[in-house]
Design a binder for this molecule. Sequence first.
Ligand code: SF4
Length: 362
Amino acid sequence: MKYIDEYRDPDAARKYSELIHNITTKSWNIMEVCGGQTHAIVKFGLDELLPKSIRLIHGPGCPVCVTSLELIDKSIEIASNPNVIFCSFGDMLRVPGSKKDLLQVKSEGGDVRMLYSPLDALKIAKNNPDKEVVFFAVGFETTAPANAMAVYQAKEHGIQNFSILVSHVLVPPAMEAILSSESCLVQGFLAAGHVCAVMGYNEYYPIAEKYKVPVVVTGFEPLDILQGIYMCVKQLEEGRFEIENQYARAVNKEGNVNAQNIVSSVFKVGTRKWRGIGEIPDSGLILNESFIEYDASLKFGLAELVVDEPKECISGIILQGLKKPHECDAFGKLCTPEHPLGATMVSSEGACAAYYRYRKNK
Ligand code: SF4
């Protein structure tokens, strides 16, 4: 298949594996930020092609996994309102809240719909003027432009019965939070290619400089990831900490300026609580004053909730790269994709789901 097989060629993978072996003289810890990359690594066994001294650490780049329990509970409260059509990307429906998940609300009669685009939610709002339509706006910088566009269009067309429950998170502040932690093990980053396709990679220069870490913008296919690791190890071995772009076929330094403009016209940066990790200053997007009437949290007058994470779940530690999923006592026993305790077991980008799916117990 054109543009897929080329990036899954076993001979080329072996070649990169050899190159990495040849240049590696020390132990290095490299974090792949994105859960999509984690899945590719585990699915294709890419870590097994590396020298034992190279440890891949799985990062917090799964938006479903880091959406706070408070927000999940809020989504459930809104979706339970009989006057609401609640719309969401599919992965969110099974993420456990404190007592239930969105799918359970649906089974109890709630109008909960799985969509692929927030613009579809806007259409539903137009077609159902007697209902309130709420879209669960989850994601990193990648989904923010479409969510911003939906809100922008709602205002343009005077659609009043549409709002979004915002849970946007930003990658660079999360990388800084990880690097600032005393327990940080990360020495180099594979940055998420799709985030950089939107945002470019100018934001990473100050991080690389301040923390002396190489950052390699990397794609998602096996050869992308192996090449990204090779570029990162090469920098580490040579004592460099630069920004390099492995994913040049999709990413340039400035990113998609039109997408950035729509995001900054609708959202502003704000503090965000990450599930299992806690509050990270300036790590999220919130609606700015001009669009505040589209904030579902305010529209439905939801109070701040105080909730407890299940004690067995160590997903916060996993999301910071301090433990691997199989090191959780509940993994595969109390916690499975059918009965998940944490979001990392539900999401298609979650590290626990990746390890469970590919039966990786090492
Ligand atoms: S295996 Fe389940 S309980 Fe353990 S960290 Fe992952 S999601 Fe949480």
